[in-house]
Ligand binder design. Structure first.
Ligand SMILES: *[C@@H]1O[C@H](CO)[C@@H](O)[C@H](O)[C@H]1NC(C)=O
Ligand SMILES: *[C@@H]1O[C@H](CO)[C@@H](O)[C@H](O)[C@H]1NC(C)=O
Ligand SMILES: *[C@@H]1O[C@H](CO)[C@@H](O)[C@H](O)[C@H]1NC(C)=O
Ligand SMILES: *[C@@H]1O[C@H](CO)[C@@H](O)[C@H](O)[C@H]1NC(C)=O
Ligand SMILES: *[C@@H]1O[C@H](CO)[C@@H](O)[C@H](O)[C@H]1NC(C)=O
Ligand SMILES: *[C@@H]1O[C@H](CO)[C@@H](O)[C@H](O)[C@H]1NC(C)=O
Length: 338
């Protein structure tokens, strides 16, 4: 006899089976993954010693459903690989070159990575985004990266890279983001970087051992963000400022830059300016009171004269933004102007 209870049980069972079918459907349906891509990915997995992080990379499962990769919606080719927080031992596998449709490679916080960037990466000719950060890359930044003509974003921050910044980076037509900070790079900044293109230019080179002067050609670049802090750079950088530049972040701290700050022209867009620990002379220009500054630090320089009063210069920043200069005076320093 049918009871109300058993009808409910049957219904529930039906719903369970239906949902199971819905969940399993993608697995039962035809595989989208291109077999060449699957082969290459399995080679990569093997090169990394079959890490737990890549446990979903199983030969009998559609690779378009695997973790850490993405297929193109139309072509179903692998276009992205993004691996982070993994104990991946070894080097970047050459098998990466067997994924010719990759647009984006990101290895982030893979601290057991070692060795140089392999030449095989130049075969990934559609590559647009390349990030290998918080890894342990060694060797130099290879000239052959200049062959990656589709690159718009390059981030190799937090590695152990040595040697100079290759001038070939200036030959990449649409490169706009460069992050090479926290390495052991030496040499000068190549003038070819004046060719950087993009809607917003980022040049992040902090915490290296770069030396020499900033190329004069940089006066024509309008950076969004430029961070050259903690290097051994020198000379006059006033050409990086100007009424027409729309830069909002500038960090030149802890170098040996030397210029007359009284003559600086700055655009309203500037909200972050740090020049502490340099050899900047002259006085702080009045125009600084007109800016919506979020960060400002001119300490440890050779500045003189009255700190302009107004804007955010007193309300937002304490004496430590101004101390250790030759003869600055006025609030917020506890030194009266004569
Ligand atoms: C990075 O590589 C160096 C040299 O091979 C090694 O001594 C160091 O332990 C590595 N660092 C990490 C975090 O694996
Ligand atoms: C990417 O590179 C290919 C081959 O070099 C080129 O044909 C294509 O126009 C490039 N695509 C973009 C978006 O630049
Ligand atoms: C760079 O190498 C040194 C030893 O050579 C190591 O102690 C350090 O952890 C490495 N840096 C990174 C970011 O892995
Ligand atoms: C580079 O990557 C690091 C770590 O993910 C990130 O903090 C930094 O903002 C990136 N730099 C650029 C220029 O995008
Ligand atoms: C800095 O420039 C100002 C304005 O042109 C000038 O009056 C001043 O003498 C210069 N300071 C030094 C130390 O050259
Ligand atoms: C300015 O920089 C100096 C030197 O690094 C630091 O001691 C001070 O706290 C900074 N002050 C502000 C307001 O950022």
């Amino acid at each position: 006899m049918l009871t109300v209870g058993s009808v409910a049980t049957d219904l529930r069972l039906g719903i369970v089976i239906l949902s199971l079918l819905l969940v399993l459907r993608p697995l039962l349906s035809e595989e989208k993954c291109h077999s060449d891509d699957k082969k290459a990915l399995l080679k990569i997995k093997k090169a990394f010693n079959n890490p737990y992080l890549l446990a979903s990379w199983q030969p009998n499962i559609d690779c378009c459903t695997w973790y850490c990769v993405k297929c193109d919606d139309v072509t179903n080719r692998i276009i992205e690989i993004f691996i982070s927080d993994g104990d991946l031992p070894g080097q970047i596998p050459d098998a990466i070159a067997d994924l010719p449709y990759l647009k984006s490679i990101s290895f982030h916080k893979v601290t057991k990575f070692s060795g140089p960037i392999p030449y095989s990466i130049t075969k990934v000719k559609y590559l647009d985004f390349l990030r290998i950060s918080y890894a342990n890359l060694t060797g130099t930044i290879p000239e052959f990266l200049g062959q990656l003509k589709n690159l718009t974003y390059l981030n190799l921050s937090y590695n152990n890279l040595t040697g100079p910044i290759p001038s070939s980076l200036g030959q990449i037509p649409k490169l706009g983001y460069i992050g090479l900070d926290q390495n052991k790079l030496t040499g000068t900044i190549p003038p070819s970087l004046v060719n950087l293109k993009g809607s917003e230019l980022y040049l992040i080179l902090s915490h290296n051992q770069l030396s020499g002067e900033i190329p004069a050609s940089f006066q024509d670049i309008d950076f969004g963000k430029i961070d050259l802090s903690r290097n051994k750079l020198q000379g006059d950088i006033s050409m990086l400022f100007g009424y027409k530049k729309t830069t909002y972040m500038m960090d030149f701290s802890r170098n040996m830059f030397e210029f007359n700050m009284s003559k600086l022209h700055v655009h309203q867009s500037l909200v972050y300016l740090d020049i502490n620990h340099n050899r900047v002379f002259g006085s702080i220009p009045e125009v600084m009171t007109k800016l919506a500054l979020q960060s400002f630090n001119v300490s440890y320089n050779r500045l003189c004269g009255k700190i302009p009063q107004g804007g955010r210069l007193q309300t937002r920043f304490d004496y430590s933004a101004y101390f250790h200069n030759r003869c600055l005076c006025g609030s917020p320093l506890d030194v009266a102007c004569k």
